[in-house]
Design a protein around this ligand. Sequence first.
Ligand code: GDP
Ligand code: MG
Length: 425
Amino acid sequence: MKTCAIVGVNWGDEGKGRMVDLLTEQFDVVIRYQGGGNAGHTVVNSCGKFALHLLPSGIFHPKVVNVLGNGVALDPENLWIEIEDVTSKGVAVSPENLKISDRASLLLPWHRLQDELEEHRLKDREYRTTKQGIAPFYSDKYQKKTILAGELFYPEKLHRHVQELLEWKNLTLTKVYGAEPCSLDEVMGWLAVYGERIKPFLCDTGSFLRAAAQAGRSMLFEAQLGALRDLDFGIYPYTTSSNALAAYAPVGSGLPTVKLDSIIGVVKAYSTCVGEGPFVCEMTGREAELLREAGGEYGAKTGRPRRVGPIDLVATRYGVRVQGTTEIALTKLDVLGYMKQIPVCTHYEIDGKLTEEFPFPDALDDARPVIEMLEGWDCDISGVRSWTDLPEAARKYVDYVEEKIECPIRYVSVGAEREAYILHP
Ligand code: GDP
Ligand code: MG
């Protein structure tokens, strides 16, 4: 049985969806194992252009079974909207090719509400979350105050459980935030609509995956966000609320004993970051605008402009280490084609000292990027499909990055479309 995880090495939006879509044909099962509908995984293929949020990016391959594991934030309403969107474009989604863990916790409307209320309370100190309720959801999960999807099969107990949780949650909504309480009817009504819709997809995905493993079927694990947004190893508190690491794939997928044969880390040829938090290599002004335009760096979920900068070798090497990547997909190399010279961040300077090590989050505020300029190739490489056809400067850039991040680059992506990639010898 072949197993592989595709994970983000940077701050997210590296092109994970694009790589999962490309490599899915080599796998039987694709599993999303953490995060929620705040993801935006863009996939461009013969079915069209999609921004997937919760659906695994393997959904376009007819023979692949897609799984939403117990580690995801399962928002049945938004998942349903997403299912309707892809099916309206001719993609088949059925309980045959989509299986949702009965152990996944449900993201409820009050999580989204609480996210919004907290961002409002913070005012100018807000985290600029996607307001999808992800942080309140995972906090509640750790407090053991969520509803598991499988509870939908036990309506009487479900009713009692929702009632208990509501009593507790309304204390926060009304007494902490001064907001209106949620009503039981409202929540039960919402569950009656969206819970019922996802019910046919629910099953014990753990036993499905165990059986698949025993039958020797290959598995691809798809992560959301990137190493620097990982709850434990990222730029806390500007992280997400789940573990974006490959190491979490076994637990979040429902197959806790699985060993990963390979871990493909997706690295962008430059840096982008959405939302607040330290971003040492950030570019500003005209330089930033040019890169943002060239890369189309606007959020797939929110449409908001992403912060941009040169590739950050310090942060990327750290991301490679915590992900334990065995190989790298370097994406969006084509975007750098307009630059005569390409900046790369090689070190941080902190208190007058140079470092190559990614520091403790608080030290990032005082870190200054040390920039080196590499030769650009100054032409469009989006049509190139072989290593030898790449301009020499582009090959040098790839080899330079590979050496600095200490992990072999296997794929070089030069376009959003499925086939727009080059194998690095
Ligand atoms: P994800 O969240 O990691 O899946 O990445 P996103 O989909 O949020 O962001 C990546 C963006 O870059 C998407 O709009 C992709 O269509 C696009 N993309 C991916 N790879 C390439 C590439 O090699 N070149 C170009 N020009 N665009 C790419
Ligand atoms: Mg994204």
